[in-house]
Design a protein around this ligand. Structure first.
Ligand code: 2HG
Ligand code: ZN
Length: 457
């Protein structure tokens, strides 16, 4: 059967520009090469497409906002890209259950704004909020900047509608708070990167908005000092974010945004700490914590926002880093270790880069409050892309061996996709990967969905 017999030809595109756009995510190492893009409008159409792919031995790559950084949404081998952007309805709110029904293609920021307008709050948040889709956030178990306070995407999914690789429609959990009837399959699909099923609808939990917040931009002397500052703020205040970036990141972000340095003292490390103003005493408590850190010599300088605009500007210093490095086609890693291991881990890896790869400019930043570090190696201007990638992949071996030693993760929040699959064994045992393969074969026996992602079969 031809694709045009399964879905209205108006919902199919083979336009060259679309093939390029929809065949790639924010990773830039893979050449997009899909056969066609399809735009189903509901779960039934998605199911029909998956059944067709099973019959015709076609492969499907699911496409959300394509803001991923591991090649999880790349279609490079003639696959059909199934875009969920037409499934973009925000449904009704259930104020008793604190849930809202959404289709998978709803943009993260649209959901955040929709809930905010009703007096509620959806706390999963990150720089890609304006493009990423809720379905993609679920499929990758998105993290971001508020994880230490609100947890990962997983915590906010109360029910899921999924079309499995076989073409079954599963309605998982139906928003029950308590449900002790065997395996919670919902959690298998969360973070499965489109390899087991296509998430088409969900009920998402929401909460009450936080109290107003203050944002501090702090200059830290070294990594041990960072841990002491974290401890001081964490145990005395309700912090909602605790982010780190280095002086090198600061230089690039200032250059690209035109923002001013928040204070004149250059520090090796900067911290962005967001604190909820829980009571009338909190402002005083923030000052006390800040002064203690200065007196102890952990901080060299720091500022507290005096206006909303200043808070936004502090956040831009952190959130605009990715964009400010894009000119140098950075090679990215996204790793995690337990928070208390961050200083030792960062120091040991920095040493490897400095000693063995002196030509690399390495920019560190990340969600230090949850142990997640982003490492961007900038491509030297005079090095070819091939040579650069080869060197970076070689340096990955040292990085991932260290990760293994620390019991950390080779991908904290960006997923495995294509770019990290060769390294999965540094974080997951052979028995674990075998279990994952068996689960894949169960839900997608003909290997229709997102071929070649996470692991090979
Ligand atoms: C962030 O934390 C994103 O800003 C992107 O996860 C990180 O560019 C990156 O590597
Ligand atoms: Zn991040």
């Amino acid at each position: 059967m031809r694709l045009e017999e399964v879905i209205d030809p108006k919902q199919i595109s083979t336009n060259k520009e679309d093939l390029t756009n929809y065949g790639q995510d924010w990773t830039r190492y893979y050449e997009p090469n899909p056969e066609a893009i399809v735009f189903p409008k509901n779960t039934q159409e998605v199911q029909a497409l998956v059944k067709w792919a099973n019959q015709e031995s076609k492969k499907i790559v699911v496409s959300g906002g394509r803001t991923g950084l591991s090649g999880g949404a790349v279609a490079k081998d003639g696959e059909i890209v199934l875009s969920l952007e037409k499934l973009n309805q925000i449904g009704s709110i259930n104020e008793i259950d604190s849930t809202i029904h959404v289709e998978a293609g709803v943009i993260t920021e649209d959901l955040q704004n929709h809930l905010r307008d009703q007096g509620y709050f959806f706390p999963v948040d990150f720089a890609a909020r304006g493009s990423s889709h809720i379905g993609g956030n679920i499929a990758t178990n998105a993290g971001g900047i508020k994880v230490l306070r609100y947890g990962l995407m997983r915590n906010w999914v109360s029910s899921l509608t999924v079309v499995t690789g076989k073409g079954d429609v599963l309605k998982l959990n139906q928003s029950l708070v308590k449900n002790a009837t065997g395996y919670d399959l919902r959690h298998l699909f969360i973070g499965s990167e489109g390899t087991l099923g296509i998430i088409t609808e969900a009920e998402i939990k929401f909460t009450s908005p936080p109290k107003p917040q203050q944002v501090l931009l702090l200059g830290a002397m070294d990594l041990d000092a960072v841990m002491n500052v974290f401890k001081t703020f964490q145990h005395n205040l309700q912090i909602t974010a605790f982010e780190l970036f280095t002086e090198l990141a600061m230089k690039y972000v200032l250059k690209s945004t035109g923002l001013n340095r928040p204070f004149s003292t250059e520090s090796p490390i900067y911290l962005l700490c967001e604190v909820e103003l829980e009571s009338s005493e909190t402002e005083g408590e923030i000052l006390t914590a800040f002064e203690k850190c200065l007196e102890e010599g952990w901080l060299s300088d720091g500022v507290i926002n005096q206006s909303e605009q200043q808070a936004k500007d502090f956040w831009r210093l952190r959130e605009d880093i990715t964009e400010s490095l894009a000119f140098a086609t950075p090679y990215k890693n996204d790793v995690s270790v337990r928070v208390s291991d961050v200083p030792k881990f960062m120091r040991s890896i920095d040493e490897v880069y400095k000693k063995e790869y002196p030509e690399f400019e390495v920019v560190w930043f990340g969600h230090i409050g949850d142990g997640n570090l982003h490492i961007s190696i900038l491509k030297p201007e005079n090095m070819s892309m091939d040579q650069f990638l080869q060197k970076c992949r070689k340096s990955d071996e040292s990085l991932f061996s260290k990760i293994q030693e620390f019991g950390g993760s080779i991908s904290a929040e960006h997923g495995v996709g294509l770019s990290k699959k060769a390294y999965l064994s540094f974080s997951r045992s052979a028995a674990e990967v075998e279990a994952m393969r068996a689960i894949k074969r169960h839900f997608d026996p003909k290997l229709v969905l997102n071929p070649g992602k996470i692991f090979d079969l």
